[in-house]
Design a protein around this ligand. Structure first.
Ligand SMILES: O=C(O)[C@H](O)[C@@H](O)[C@H](O)[C@H](O)COP(=O)(O)O
Length: 242
């Protein structure tokens, strides 16, 4: 578990961008593609914009990147809440990733079918690999959820076989399609991006508290032998042991 502390979201985004540039270029010395699962939510927006900026755009061989998502809100692609739409708006419409390398979690077919279809895409990509994704980017909610593994959703939190699933989320009155812990924990590296004072207490409980994954689902993310990185700003890290 490696910690990277930053002053604020801007500083964190630059740290993550630099980390990604290094990781991508080193990985591509040994393999011909780089697979990354993007996170939903708002925290990654600044990172995406940075990666698409002149300062970073030319540091990455976008032709070798293969893009996935950690989870999707089951709303139309055109809906502002859709995670894939956010990623296209802030990054993918601005960098030359081949369209056939971009794998959205579809929301124009039944959610159960979307999860099954995604599982097949992942199986095709990773069936002969020593690990799954090269990097998974994750956010964490102020309730300790990550992906669409929400507190109390015990079946999804403890799923050990399926790599993808879908679930109904009462609190947001929508279905979600999500990766599960098994496929994330077989990644080469997982990076949480967590900012804001409102997450300081839950971050302390997730990292330093008792293992209670049904209350703090982010605790099931334990890549092995892959790396776990926490990119956090000072405000979110306020309650962590110094
Ligand atoms: O679809 C989503 O909402 C995300 O996958 C979710 O897990 C997100 O990463 C956290 O809720 C943090 O979101 P923020 O970055 O907006 O705080």
């Amino acid at each position: 578990m490696q910690f990277h502390i930053s002053k604020n979201t801007e500083d964190l985004s630059r740290q993550v961008a630099d980390w990604l540039v290094d990781r991508i270029s080193n990985t591509l010395k040994n393999q011909d593609k780089f697979t990354i699962a993007l996170s939903g939510g708002s925290t990654p927006k600044k990172l995406h914009e940075l990666l698409a900026s002149d300062a970073y755009k030319n540091k990455i061989d976008w032709s070798k990147l293969h893009i996935f998502w950690g989870d999707e809100r089951y709303v139309p692609f055109t809906d502002e809440r859709n995670n894939a739409k956010m990623a296209f708006d802030t990054l993918l419409d601005h960098v030359p990733v081949p369209k056939e390398h971009i794998h959205i979690m579809r929301t124009d077919i039944p959610h159960e079918e979307s999860a099954i279809e995604y599982e097949q895409i992942l199986a095709d990509y990773f069936h002969n690999s020593t690990h799954t994704f090269d990097v998974v980017l994750l956010g964490m909610g102020d309730d300790g959820h990550t992906l669409s593994l929400f507190p109390g959703k015990t079946d999804v939190i403890h799923e050990q076989k399926k790599w993808t699933t879908s679930l109904w989320l009462d609190s947001q009155d929508m279905f979600r399609v999500t990766l599960t812990a098994p496929v994330v924990n077989q990644s080469a590296a997982v990076a949480f991006l967590v900012t804001g004072a409102n997450k300081a207490h839950v971050l302390h409980n997730v990292i330093e508290g008792e293992f209670r994954p049904e209350v703090y689902p982010s605790q099931v993310i334990k890549p092995e032998p892959g790396e776990l990185h926490w990119f956090i700003d000072e405000a979110a890290g306020e309650e962590l042991k110094k």
